[in-house]
Design a protein around this ligand. Structure first.
Ligand SMILES: [Fe+2]
Ligand SMILES: [Fe+2]
Length: 334
């Protein structure tokens, strides 16, 4: 059972963690200075641990909640091929959640506590998954735009200073790039289809474009924790730099697709060597973050129901593991 519902922080310590001492601090500083990995048994500042627990567990929750908007379409995918691909994709997201929960556990928080934080609303997950998916084209837009933004955000995390997080991200990013391509391909097929299909694709891109850009977080001057995360080699690029990188990637891809990005201010800026783009509606971002998005309540309610319905599976798995352990002990004793 959950022993703590507070956001994990300095009050938790993984077994075997070295005591905070001058040598530990010096070693930690050296690891960062030499771009080396910090491993679970290394000494680390309490605030570094707390930041990582929060970031990794939120990331894990996002993967798990993120299964819902697409899970919505598995039974209605337009062909067997699309259904098989979508199922595999949603399953990948479950896997990402599991790698990340495991990475967070190496910092001393247990999985039940993280689940409890998600189910009671104490922990956040990415706001993008609080938007609804009324059309099949949304499967294309999520892959192209949402997984696309996730890749831009996550590729630099492969170099995050905390070893278990960085290594989990390497595998996740490989799968995300497949996700983005499958989304692009759904949209491409729709754009090569009937006028109705083209209209559906464009309408969907219109809805997902701005929320996807907001996935990088608030503008740099409104992102107070970024500097510390960058000093700790967790975050490598600022929110605005990543957003710019994403827009620069999207514009030529939108041209290939034949969709229009819903921002009249997008234009190439020769001087900067980047595309300019318009301001985003940050009031909407804060509304969704505050729980007033299209589907905040239903996402958590679904997750809670799935958790309750899955209780017997967890119990059975635990009973099986216990029986195996007793059996092994019996063999060793005899
Ligand atoms: Fe994922
Ligand atoms: Fe994905």
């Amino acid at each position: 059972m959950a022993t703590s519902t507070s956001t994990a922080g300095s009050d938790i310590a993984a077994p075997g963690i070295a005591a905070a001492d001058a040598a530990g601090e010096a070693r930690f500083a050296e690891l960062l200075a030499t771009e080396s990995r910090v491993e679970p048994t290394d000494w680390m500042p309490a605030a570094y641990r707390k930041t990582l627990v929060r970031q990794i567990s939120q990331h894990a929750h996002s993967e798990i909640i993120g299964m819902q908007p697409e899970g919505n379409w598995i039974t209605r995918a337009p062909s067997l091929k699309r259904k098989a691909i979508l199922m595999a994709k949603v399953q990948d997201e479950a896997g990402h959640g599991l790698y990340l929960y495991s990475a967070a556990q190496t910092l001393g928080i247990d999985r039940e506590t993280m689940f409890d934080q998600l189910l009671t609303g104490k922990a956040k997950y990415s706001s993008i998954f609080n938007y609804v998916t009324p059309t099949w084209a949304d499967m294309g837009s999520i892959g192209w735009l949402v997984d696309g933004a996730a890749i831009c955000n996550q590729v630099p995390l492969c170099r995050a200073s905390y070893g278990p997080y960085g290594r989990a991200m390497v595998r996740i990013c490989k799968e995300e790039s497949f996700h983005q391509r499958q989304g692009f391909e759904i949209l491409l097929e729709l754009m090569r289809g009937t006028p109705g299909q083209r209209e559906m694709a464009q309408e969907s891109v219109n809805r997902w474009y701005a929320p996807a850009l907001m996935m990088f977080g608030p503008p740099d001057d409104d992102s107070p924790n970024s500097a510390q995360s960058m000093a700790w080699n967790i975050k490598r690029f600022s929110n605005d730099d990543l957003r710019q990188r994403f827009v620069d990637m999207l514009v030529p891809q939108a041209e290939v697709l034949g969709v229009t990005l819903p921002d009249p201010d997008i234009r190439w800026n020769e001087e900067r060597g980047h595309y300019d783009f318009g301001d985003l509606d940050w009031d909407e971002f804060h509304e969704v973050l505050a729980g007033r998005g299209q589907a905040n309540a239903v996402r958590v309610a679904n997750r809670r129901a799935a958790h309750d319905e899955g209780a017997w599976v967890r119990e059975a798995a635990r009973a099986y593991a216990d029986a195996r352990a007793t059996e092994t002990e019996g063999r060793i004793a005899s």
